[in-house]
Design a protein around this ligand. Sequence first.
Ligand code: SF4
Length: 338
Amino acid sequence: MRPATYFPSFDHLTRTGGAQEAFHREAAALAHAHFGRKVFVRAVVEVSNFCRQNCSYCGMRRDNRELERFRADHEALAELIIEHRPASVTDINIQAGEDAKAVREVVVPLIHAIRRATNLGVSVCLGSLSDELYDEMQAAGASIYILKFETGDPDLFHQMESPGTFDDRLGRIRYLASRGWNVSSGFIAALPGQTPEQMLKSFHVANQLPLDGCSVSPFIPGDETPLAEMGAADINVTLNSMAALRKMKPEWVIPAVSALNLAEPGAGYRRGLRTGANLVTINMTPEGIRGDYLLYKRERFIMTEEAILRAIEAEGLEPSETGLAQYYSARRAQLAVA
Ligand code: SF4
C-alpha cells in the first residue's frame, strides 16, 4: 500500500470561500488524473431493516420499537434487477441492517441470481458477520465489501454505540481484505460533540486500513434516534473531508453519498461530485419498503437515475461504462503482473 504523502490539518477541514474552492478543485483534479472524468454508477437495494446493533445515529437501531421491520423477497428483487435496472448501472450494492438471517435467506440467493443472469458487479454492505457468511457471499459472486468504521476515535465509537467494538470493527475490515475482498469503509463527519482531534483520527484510521475506497457521510440527526434533536453536520466540513480524503488517497473510490443532499438540499450532491467523488448510487429499493429503511429521515431523498445523470452531466462528468468490480479486478491483474 502506498503511504500517504498528504495528511489534513483541522484548518483544511474548516476552509470556506476561495480557499475552499481551490482545495476542492485540487482534489477533483487528482480524481480526474486517476479516473478521467468517469464516475462509477451502481444501484443499491436495501433488503432488510432488522438490525442487532444499536447505533445512536440510526433509526434502524434495535431499540427503535416503532419501526416496522421487513425482509425483502429475493425473487422479486432479482426480477427487478435483472429485468428493470436502469441502463447506466454496472454494479449492484446489497445493503441491510446487521441481520444474519437476511444474509442467508435473501442476500445469498440474490447474489446467485444476479450472477447467473448478468455480468453486474456485486458489492455488499451488511455489517460485522461470521467468516462463514463472508465466504458464502464471496463464493456466490460478491467481491466488494463496505464496512464503515464510523469514527476513528475509540471513545466516541463507544459513546455513539457504534456496531460491536472499535477494535473488532477494524479487525473485520482487515480480515475481509486478507480474504481477497475489495474493501471500502467510511466515517461520519461532525458527530455531536466531536472534537477536531477526534475528526482527524478518522483520517489516521482510514490511512492505516487496507482499503480501496472510503466515504464521508455528514451527521444527520436521524428520526426516532436519541440524537434526533442535535444539529446536522456542516456541509462544508463534510465536503472538505471528502477533498482531504481524495488528496490523501488519490486512487481511492470515493462516493457522493445521498445524505449530502440532506445536509445541503439541492446543492450538496453536486458539490460532492465537484470535490472529486467518483461513485454515485441510484436507489432501486422498491417503494413499498424503502420508507422503513430509516437511516436518517422518514422523508428520504431518493436518488433516481435521472437525477444522478443530470448531476453528473452538469458537473462535466460521464458515467463509466466499466463497472466498479470490473475495474478492481483489472487493477488487481495489472498489479499482479507488475
Ligand atoms: S448504522 Fe447500521 S449497524 Fe448501526 S443500527 Fe443502523 S443499520 Fe444497524
